[in-house]
Ligand binder design. Structure first.
Ligand code: DC
Length: 232
């Protein structure tokens, strides 16, 4: 991590929220890299909690089980060559959390209040000490409501499922488009309708539909929003 916290200027926070598969991580990572900010993928943190619960044989709706085990989840976020690695109780689980099962598991456990409370300070602490581009579902609404820049990145469910399917098949996973599409729609429904910190566009966020935009176009658009908002 860098040493931005050495000076006294307040850190800049860029919050990028949106539904699964909208391209948040690709865009956030690129923008962070180009601006020299820290990229924080908060979905990876929820995935890591989900992975721990599945190791313990605890289901995503088992409130009591999750509450019992949450204090045993020791998460460290380590950056190697600018890549965020998730360390769970000493083990690097960065790759293990990138499966369709862990996507659903993360979406499930993230609806539990004890999980959200447990992770809130970790996320805020990163933004207190670094200029960050943080992506997730509730960054602009709950985690960093005072972020200088908020973007809500979205795309149609078909486009998002297609991107996810290509990503997974490129990694050699045997998945059917229909199943990926069903998962995307189900995750939207879970993430948008949960009681606590549901996915929604913050009132002061810029809405960006990237269904028909290239990555370069979206990156340029987000950088322009940052320029405009931080120049005020
Ligand atoms: O961004 P992702 O697909 O890796 O996120 C996995 C799940 O984690 C997502 O379906 C909902 C949850 N999540 C959340 O509730 N809040 C966040 N800030 C980030 C992710």
């Amino acid at each position: 991590m860098n040493e931005q916290n050495m000076n006294q200027t307040p850190c800049i926070a860029v919050a990028i929220d949106g539904p699964a598969g909208a391209g948040k991580s690709t865009i956030a990572r690129r923008v962070a890299q180009e601006l020299g900010f820290l990229y924080v993928d908060t979905g990876a943190i929820y995935r890591t909690v989900g992975y721990h619960m599945s190791l313990m044989g605890i289901g995503p709706k088992d409130k009591d089980g999750i509450e019992r085990c949450i204090d045993d989840v020791n998460i460290e976020i380590v950056y190697q060559d600018g890549v965020q690695h998730m360390i769970l109780n000493g083990q690097d689980v960065t790759e293990l959390i990138r499966t369709p099962e862990m996507s659903m598991m993360a979406s499930g456990v993230s609806a539990q209040p004890c999980v959200r409370a447990y992770l809130l300070d970790m996320q805020r602490q990163l933004a207190r000490t670094h200029n960050v581009v943080m992506d997730g579902r509730d960054i602009g609404t709950v985690v960093l409501p005072h972020a200088q820049v908020k973007v809500y990145l979205t795309a149609s469910a078909e486009v998002r499922a297609d991107r996810r399917w290509k990503e997974l098949t490129a990694k050699g996973e045997q998945v059917r488009f229909e199943d990926v599409y069903t998962d995307v729609v189900k995750r939207d429904e879970q993430d948008m309708n949960r009681k606590i910190a549901p996915l929604k566009c913050a009132d002061d966020a810029e809405l960006l539909d990237c269904s028909y935009l290239t990555v370069d176009q979206v990156v340029a658009e987000v950088k322009e929003i940052i320029r405009r908002k931080t120049a005020q």
